[in-house]
Write a protein that binds this ligand. Structure first.
Ligand code: GLN
Length: 246
């Protein structure tokens, strides 16, 4: 790929509560460190969404989540880009938005963008808050670390596959987390998830660049962070030698 890779953070003014805009920054820097020119655009909700190779969507509160969905529907660019093969990485509210339905603050169903076959309802248990560890079903990605903070629970339909199995935490609410189909990935993991999980970032970059392999990077800081977070989430169990995390 010789032209610049364009990465768009979707509506950080509405979906910026949990720092997930960092996912766009991680993808940009990991592309540049491999010599791919990359352009990062933080696209606010008061303008047209730029055409891009990669879109990241983050978490947000219930009200802004509904407004973001309305704007994305009116704009139409994201759905067109997905049809044309763009990569989407959507977290929490963003994950719910790209699905078929999610609850508004009062619990009433709001139609999503329908870009991923997942449906979200209001959970009956207390809000899911805390560290989460997921064994990803995506090739070469391994264990994922993040934190979650959501009231909605999500069912993955036949048109998508769960992103992985929950080792600790809630995720979708059925011992799975997230979903993916084609080049569209959704998850409940904040962190930002791609800062904590460089292998997932590189999978998305491989899809976006069309490269089968990317030059390895020295991820010692990320690996130290991962060990520390896995220990925080699973500490007692790893200390007893069970459920070891790679
Ligand atoms: N409002 C959604 C929920 O609570 C998403 C929250 C979030 O993005 N962290 O389920």
């Amino acid at each position: 790929m010789n032209r610049s890779l364009r990465i768009v953070v979707v509506y950080p003014d509405l979906l910026g509560t949990y720092g997930d805009g960092g996912n766009g920054l991680v993808l940009t820097r990991r592309a540049e460190r491999r010599g791919f020119p990359a352009e990062l655009i933080e696209a606010a909700s008061d303008g047209p969404l730029p055409v891009a190779d990669v879109y990241t969507l983050g978490g947000g509160e219930d009200g802004p989540q509904v407004r973001a969905t309305e704007s994305l529907n009116e704009d139409g660019t994201l759905a067109r880009a997905v049809r044309n093969g763009a990569v989407v990485f959507a977290v929490c509210a963003g994950y719910q938005i790209i699905g078929t339905t999610f609850p508004a603050a009062d619990g009433s169903p709001v139609p999503g963008l329908g870009l991923l076959d997942v449906a979200t309802v209001k959970g009956r248990a207390p809000r899911a808050v805390g560290e989460i560890v997921v064994d990803a079903d995506l090739p070469g990605v391994g264990a994922l670390t993040g934190f979650e903070n959501h009231g909605g629970l999500t069912e993955v339909g036949p048109g998508a596959q769960p992103l992985g199995r929950v080792r600790t935490g809630v995720g979708n609410g059925d011992y799975t987390d997230g979903a993916w189909a084609g080049r569209v990935v959704g998850t409940y993991l904040h962190g930002p998830a791609l800062a904590r999980n460089p292998a997932l970032a590189d999978l998305l970059l491989r899809w976006a660049t069309g490269e089968d392999e990317l030059a390895p990077l020295d991820d010692y800081r990320e690996q130290a962070l991962r060990s520390e977070r896995f220990e925080a989430a699973l500490g007692r169990r790893t200390a007893r030698g069970r459920r070891r995390v790679r």
